[in-house]
Design a protein around this ligand. Sequence first.
Ligand code: CP
Length: 317
Amino acid sequence: LKHFLTTEGLSKALLTEILDLADSFISTQERAVKKVPLLRGKTVVNLFFENSTRTRSTFELAAKRLSADILNLDIASSATSKGETLMDTLWNLEAMYSDMFVVRHADSGAAHFIAEQVTPGVAIINAGDGRHAHPTQAMLDMLTIRRHKGAIEGQTVAIVGDILHSRVARSQIHALKTLGAKEIRVIGPATLIPKEMKDLGANIYFDMEQGLADVDVIIMLRLQKERMSDALLPSEGEYFKLYGLTEAKLALAKPDAIVMHPGPINRGVEIDSAVADGAQSVILNQVSYGIAVRMAVMAMAMSGQVAEQQALIAKGI
Ligand code: CP
């Protein structure tokens, strides 16, 4: 692994290697992630141009568990407000001997753009770009399914809500397909389900009751109001009635179905508190697994860079 920008096009073997390595970091007590020296002497920079609670915190914890040094750049008080470009910011931080950047940006393609321009040997990890991709979220979701259902293969997975604006849904669908999910369903209002979902291999449902019938995994998504025009914005009461996950709707899924949500959750909008906090919810487990998955991705990206640097040195470059 050189950079980690998307789950699209990655092999089943590579995705499985990430999950296996993440699993190896989780101690049997489940409440702890091992501290290992894999990134000792390396510097990781968290560069979040959009707000985050889970992703930013778990990347920081993951870097520390890998024994790396981590810098969290506060974008609001940085020189970007003085007109410094994205790449000038990157190159200046690179000059501080940074080895890896974890980047979240509102523009789709931002992480790819940076990855094309950084110095060889510096790794870029995509922590969410626009509505395009959120690959580490998808991988922690795959680990959650594997640990709670035993395997990805054979599962029927429903992704419910604002699919249109969801980078998480796109990354999940690519990973679920590669890892052998039996069926992927996307459920939501027609205005929030893009036609490309069919091309990605998902079955589309506008009726939540039909879409949830006999599924193994339910992944709820929030309405991304910050990316919506008023014309798209449904009334929250009406939305909850049609697409909010209640105990009654959950009963339509298999009895041992699990309920997931990448967060942040909006209680009473896309999910009822009784379900979010209920026995079938694994929402907080997802957050915990985020540390181990991000450790695995960072360790694999860095080992790729080390191999690349060694090859260049061996060639005398
Ligand atoms: N799931 C997720 O990306 O959450 P944050 O926005 O808090 O990082």
